[in-house]
Structures are given as C-alpha cells and as structure tokens.
Design a protein around this ligand. Structure first.
Ligand code: ZN
Length: 143
C-alpha cells in the first residue's frame, strides 16, 4: 500500500549515557505521540544486540557484541504495531579495528552517546500486521 504522507515535526535529541538504544527511542515516540516517520542516529555503543531474520526458519537470530563500537549509521522507520508506535531500526557499527558489521536492532544495545533525528510523517500511519508469507509483522501491501 502506498501512502501519501506530509512532513510533520522534526526532533533532534541526544540519548542518555547508559540507556537502551531501542527502548529510549520507543519511549520518546510514545511521549511525543509520533505514530509514523523515520529515524536516524549516529554515536557510540558499549554493547550492541543486533541480528538478522533467518528466512528458512522464519525467526530472528540475535547476537550481542560488547566493547567500544561506533554507531556509524542507524536508520529506520516508525509505524504502529499493537496500538503503539514501533521503531524498526537497522544499524551499521564498527569495532576498534574499523571493521563494519550490522543488523536489525534489538533491545539490549547500550548507548555511550547517540544523536538522534526523528522526522514525523503526518497522515494515516502505517500499521504492522502479521504477514503469513514471510512470518514477519509488516505493513500491508494492499488497503
Ligand atoms: Zn529489520
């Protein structure tokens, strides 16, 4: 389903030291009532829990990394899931040898520093629903 949305509020903020990257962004979205939009963030993490969707088994695989990591790029979107704003985020990180790796962001990523930009989109918010084809909770393709 294609939607025509209009730009809304734009927020620029920093996450607290030691906070959880995903939980803190969810809190912000809830507090500011952002139902639809995009998210981007850069910074550094001391722990990262990221993963990928195993297509054949239809389940997420998670891995936790500890140490000094740059949050090179975290990008994602905001839509509604189970009646609440839901941030779907992916992250590219780098380690102390400047090697990059990344994946789908799960709770369990500890912020050292993070600068976030949330761009709200106004209009009928996208709503996530279970998708039998993929086993994921996705946006509908048809109205
Ligand atoms: Zn994902």
């Amino acid at each position: 389903m294609k939607r025509s949305l209009k730009p809304g509020r734009v927020f620029l903020f920093r996450l607290p030291f030691g906070s959880d990257l995903l939980d803190e962004i969810h809190e912000f979205l809830k507090k500011r009532r952002v139902r639809c939009g995009t998210v981007e963030a850069i910074g550094a993490l001391s722990k990262a829990t990221i993963g990928y969707y195993e297509l054949k088994r239809r389940r997420y695989r998670q891995k936790t990394f500890r140490g000094e990591m740059e949050l090179l790029s975290c990008a994602g979107n905001v839509s509604m899931k189970d009646g609440r704003p839901f941030a779907h985020l992916h992250a590219v990180l780098s380690d102390t040898k400047m090697r990059a790796f990344g994946g789908h962001v799960f709770p369990g990523s500890k912020v050292f520093a993070a600068e976030v930009c949330v761009r709200e989109l106004k209009g009928a918010a996208m709503v996530r629903k279970p998708d039998p084809e993929t086993g994921l909770v996705l946006w509908p393709r048809k109205p």
